[in-house]
Design a protein around this ligand. Structure first.
Ligand SMILES: Cc1cc2nc3c(=O)[nH]c(=O)nc-3n(C[C@H](O)[C@H](O)[C@H](O)COP(=O)(O)O)c2cc1C
Length: 197
């Protein structure tokens, strides 16, 4: 049986966590980047398909390459943050299913190459894994700054040429500052967003 997390943990993960637009510029150690992935990869995906592919852009060169393909405001954030992750999804994810879903060796046949189910499964689960990555980062004390204001086609060409990996969204991670922080936006009330059927 798991116990509810203490309030301090819930504050860190949800209530006080903000989308950051300003960043401390100290480099992120690779051990921390690996620790984020080690947690994120444990989140559930259909048939354990794990379609997300992550490019952690930490070098000056990679951050500049990515920043140039983003909107001007997002580009400035990418240049400042020590790391911006490209969250992609691999349409060839099913090739790994014999290893990732050993209970059923026919699982890769559920996702025919080029089919809608392959696209939907990759995008759905890759998006979920992007969210797991953000919560993993927050759980390790990091801040996140997710962004979709960039050219997916150009990022695919620059980072995923010759593969079946497509970019979904990008997310800066590091230690955020209050620079350019928006007022916290309201959220929908339970009654507006939920029903109990
Ligand atoms: C997938 C995704 C894409 C986003 N794209 C952008 C973006 O391109 N530019 C931007 O300034 N903020 C972007 N945001 C940030 C959202 O506006 C922000 O997370 C939301 O308003 C909640 O802010 P809060 O976490 O501080 O409450 C994006 C967020 C997500 C999750």
């Amino acid at each position: 049986m798991s116990a509810p997390l203490p309030d301090a943990a819930l504050d860190q993960l949800f209530r006080n966590a903000r989308t950051r637009n300003g960043w401390k510029t100290d480099p992120l150690p690779e051990t921390l980047i690996r620790a984020v992935y080690d947690l994120a990869r444990m989140g559930p995906t259909s048939a354990n398909s794990s379609p997300a592919r992550f490019v952690f852009c930490t070098s000056e060169e990679a951050r500049e390459k990515l920043a140039a393909l983003a909107s001007a405001t997002n580009g400035a954030k990418i240049r400042q943050a020590p790391c911006t992750v490209i969250i992609g999804y691999d349409l060839d994810f099913a090739d790994h299913l014999p290893r990732l879903f050993p209970h059923d060796q026919t699982a890769s046949s559920w996702f025919p190459k080029g089919s809608d189910v392959e696209q939907t499964t990759a995008f759905r689960n890759g998006t979920l894994q992007g969210a797991y990555l953000m919560m993993a980062a927050r759980s390790l004390g990091l801040d996140c700054g997710p962004m979709s204001g960039f050219s997916n086609a150009k990022v695919d060409e620059a980072f995923f040429a010759g593969t079946k990996v497509k970019s979904n969204f990008i997310c800066s991670i590091g230690y955020g500052t209050d620079e350019k922080l928006f007022e916290r936006g309201p959220r929908l009330a339970f009654e507006e967003a939920c029903t109990i059927a």
